[in-house]
Design a protein around this ligand. Structure first.
Ligand SMILES: [Fe+2]
Length: 232
């Protein structure tokens, strides 16, 4: 997001308080990851009538200004997570949200392994380590229901529509393991897969929603946590 799109989301967000209790942003909030772009994001998503919980995506790391990007967003009142969590009160229910950018690596039967060159080991271990720390953040939340917020996908189902060859750059099974390893996760939300599909499920049965803007094609989607928790 840059100055060109200031005002693109705001009109739809002004009445968000009548439709939702919180807003989740699943990363790639900026185009090139600069603090200047983050100021535009802060203008667009700051001061909304509901809490805004965000993570950063790979675009937000592009200029090595991710700390400044997060700081600008926090100054605007957004809650920015990275292998950390927060608990919000919603209608008497404690909703815990843990978030991470996450990383790629692929999925069962077609994933990278920590073998060979140091570069391959670094690629693979980065995703595994982030997922492990994210899983700890998710599990330790003191809440009634958990939401997992990641940029990279935890499952291949929500990548359907993307070229199969790039799945290892779009998500990792380590994220699904982290989500399924925590109790009471009612929803997992991710972005990053612009040509993917909206709906999926972790192997443990947690509903997964790909909310990348080209997928949902509107400013936001509303998900009812009570309904995703209900047996289907
Ligand atoms: Fe991305």
């Amino acid at each position: 997001m840059d100055a060109d799109v200031v005002g693109r989301y705001r009109p739809a967000l002004e009445h968000l308080g009548a439709k939702a209790d919180l807003l989740l942003l699943a990363g790639d909030l900026t185009r090139h990851g600069t603090a200047a772009e983050a100021a535009c994001v802060a203008r667009e998503f700051g001061g909304l009538p509901v809490p805004v919980v965000a993570i950063l995506g790979n675009h937000d790391y592009h200029s090595d200004e991710q700390e400044a990007v997060a700081a600008v967003l926090r100054d605007a009142g957004l809650i920015v997570l990275e292998c950390s969590g927060t608990v919000l009160q919603c209608h008497g229910m404690r909703v815990g949200i843990a978030g991470t950018k996450g990383f790629g690596g692929g999925f069962a039967g077609a994933c990278a392994s920590e073998f060979g060159e140091p570069e391959m080991k670094a690629f693979t271990s980065h995703g595994r380590e982030l997922a492990a720390r994210f899983g700890e953040s998710l599990a330790e939340l003191d809440c009634d229901v958990r939401i997992a917020l990641t940029h990279y996908s935890p499952v291949p189902e929500t990548l359907l529509g993307e070229p199969l060859e790039i799945y290892p750059f779009l998500g990792s099974y380590h994220l699904a393991q982290a989500i399924d390893g925590a109790p009471g996760v009612g929803l997992a939300v991710h972005g990053h897969a612009h040509a993917g599909s909206e709906r999926g499920t972790t192997p443990g049965g947690v509903p997964v929603r790909n909310v990348a803007h080209p997928v949902i094609r509107q400013a936001y989607n509303v998900y009812q946590l009570s309904s995703v928790l209900a047996p289907t």
